[in-house]
Design a protein around this ligand. Sequence first.
Ligand code: ADP
Ligand code: MG
Ligand code: MG
Length: 249
Amino acid sequence: MISIKNLHAKVEDKAILKGLNLEIGPGEVHAIMGPNGAGKSTLGNVLAGRDGYEVTEGSVVLNGKELLELEAEERAREGLFLAFQYPVEIPGVSNLEFLKASVDAVRAHQGKDALDSVNFLKMAREKIKSVNLDQSFLKRGVNEGFSGGEKKRNELMQMMMLEPKLCILDETDSGLDIDALQVVAQGVNAMRDPNRSFIVVTHYQRLLDYIVPDYVHVLAGGRIVKTGGKELALELEEKGYGWLENEAQ
Ligand code: ADP
Ligand code: MG
Ligand code: MG
């Protein structure tokens, strides 16, 4: 599904990712944990093709296609979705218009017709309800004046509408109260599918009680230095990351 090999990337001329390898199969949820500044967000941004990240070596293949050669928009059309790090505000463009344009672009890329407005609206109403946002959020400017939790729920809703193949969730839990966290986790769990994979970046084991991963990885020093099952998150919570320092060298 996605194969990351020997990925090296720089930010502002500083090497951050230093030979990162990660294989993610269809339907799998991989959690990534690690110390502050390890490069977790950099990994998400590099995969999504955000500006300011220079890949110096390596490959990232999603469903047989080399992602690193594609522009950010093309990667999104290939089914990649990066959530929660930088929710964009687009004043003047309603959530509904934005969603319709995004979904139509993805469908066109897949050779499918655009959804008719009636069906689209019906689907948008169902999804916004499922993330516990009022229907009025569909008419508001994208993320305009939304609280942190509302932005996250809105972005989850976008993700549900776009039906990506690879969802990358960064700092899913930061700024969410426990109820909002459960709404987001339920939404993510409802999206789990044999043909969809997830990378969930988190600082806290707690999130993984709600979104139960198949694998937990530790990213330190720009590489994956340890991989385990969900019990690894508990071990990290208990022991911290210091004991892995030698492996990060
Ligand atoms: P994590 O998400 O694991 O906490 P990041 O990927 O955000 O770590 O950051 C990794 C390193 O890259 C940090 O040292 C951070 O300061 C640096 N970094 C990330 N983005 C930028 C940027 N835009 N400009 C300069 N340094 C950056
Ligand atoms: Mg950070
Ligand atoms: Mg981060």
